[in-house]
Design a protein around this ligand. Structure first.
Ligand SMILES: [Zn+2]
Length: 238
């Protein structure tokens, strides 16, 4: 005959169906049904409970395995952790295909450093081009920017001239130097009215003295050529 016991406080807190019962000869607190079960039922219950815990553990491990860091292979013990970064404390949640916190921080710092180095290289390159002589207004297109729009925005930024650029005078390939190889499009900007603040005008015969050889040759060829419409997937740029 099992003997079970509880306290009024536990009963008040959990009610008679809660895990409030001790059974003499067993450890821990149990629900009444568990406490009254005979040892065989008890063993079966323990087995079921162990199987449940096993399954939960396996599911947890599978989730953790899916959150492996793609850089260092670290498998986390939990999905989210509190971490300290430059912006103070942040909750870092691991994602499939993502990184652990230290690798994430390393990468952020590296990307920042690379961006600074590229900017520095661009400044140096500009200084070199400038020392080499005059250049046509222009520059690289931003991501997602169309070529004729990029040319127009650089023209406006560098000379104050606002032009719709629809025709190309020359297409010039530049082999890799300190930058990647690239295609330069020389757009027809028409005839300038007045003297834009950012521009210097040079007689054609003096181009060779005012510009680096490749730049002067590009301009000379553009001036001699015929304007071709710039097409966007077969349609004329407007
Ligand atoms: Zn990592």
């Amino acid at each position: 005959m099992p003997i079970v016991a509880t306290t009024l406080e536990l009963l008040a807190e959990h009610g008679p169906l809660g895990p409030v019962w001790w059974r003499f000869g067993r450890s821990g607190r149990h629900s009444l049904i568990e406490a009254l079960e005979n040892p065989n039922n008890r063993a079966a219950y323990d087995l079921r409970q162990a199987a449940r815990e096993d399954e939960e553990h396996k599911a947890h491990q599978e989730l953790m395995d899916s959150l492996v860091c793609i850089d260092c292979g670290d498998v986390p013990e939990q999905e989210s952790t509190w971490e300290y970064g430059r912006q103070g404390q942040v909750e870092w949640t691991r994602r499939p295909g993502g990184r652990c916190w230290p690798c994430h921080q390393d990468r952020e710092e590296r990307l920042e450093r690379e961006a600074e180095e590229q900017l520095e290289a661009a400044r140096t390159a500009n200084a070199v081009l400038y020392l080499d002589g005059l250049i046509l207004p222009g520059g690289a297109a931003r991501s997602g920017e169309l070529p004729h729009e990029a040319a127009a925005h650089h023209l406006l930024a560098q000379t104050g001239l606002s032009r719709r650029l629809t025709h190309v005078l020359a297409v010039d390939y530049t082999p890799p130097d300190r930058y990647l190889e690239r295609i330069n499009l020389v757009f027809d900007g028409g005839i300038a009215d007045g003297r834009p603040a950012g521009a210097r005008f040079v007689p054609v015969r003096e181009l060779g003295r005012a510009m680096a050889p490749a730049q002067a040759a590009r301009v000379a060829d553009a001036l001699a050529g015929r304007a071709l419409p710039f097409l966007l997937h077969g349609q004329r740029a407007a």
